[in-house]
Design a protein around this ligand. Sequence first.
Ligand code: GSH
Length: 212
Amino acid sequence: MTMKLYCMGESGNAYKAALTLELAGADWEPVFVDFFNGEARKPEWRAEVNEMGEVPALVDGDVKLSQSAVIQQYVIDQTGSPLGGKPEDKYEVMRWVLWDNNKMSSHAGPLRFQMNFLSEKHRSDAVIWFLHGRTQAALEILELRLTGRDWIVGDAITVADISCCSYLYYPEPFGFDRADWPHIDAWLTRISDTPGWKHPYDLMPGHPDDRA
Ligand SMILES: N[C@@H](CCC(=O)N[C@@H](CS)C(=O)NCC(=O)O)C(=O)O
């Protein structure tokens, strides 16, 4: 049965799930969520898809999941993909996925949202300042981790890489310039050179220009 990923192109969190599905060779299809018109806030959507009101969500028959890290693990378990890393690296992969969810995406995502997608009247310089500082601190940790290594864990791409890179291919400005981070830059090229890789706007429906 074809797995359905509820997602939209602008979502780095959804990209983690979508790229994992794609690179794992899963049978899946995207289902567009009209997030910016409030679809994920509607009671019907929450009841049918995800009570947390968040994107991404995966529906596979009777199985309904959210949280990108859980979806990634589910995809690995269903497909046997090596994206989970070697068995001895399991906890290290989990450690970096959780770090991304808590320290990297959780700041880079809202920062990009504030700077690009939120209406000007709702933007806050103080919030942007705070999120920018937290994002830069996370980027420093990532740059250090990637110094002298090709992948975040082990010797091949894993869901740790997919999670941590999820906001870093987007063109909208949020204080990240690849040229400032040579090890992150080389790693992003390594990931995008992986057979089957696609840019978030090519993998999932929905693009900021469609809403202009
Ligand atoms: N930890 C979650 C974060 C998901 C998330 O925050 N998604 C955003 C879209 S990129 C969202 O749905 N935000 C709605 C909200 O926070 O109410 C995951 O990794 O799936």
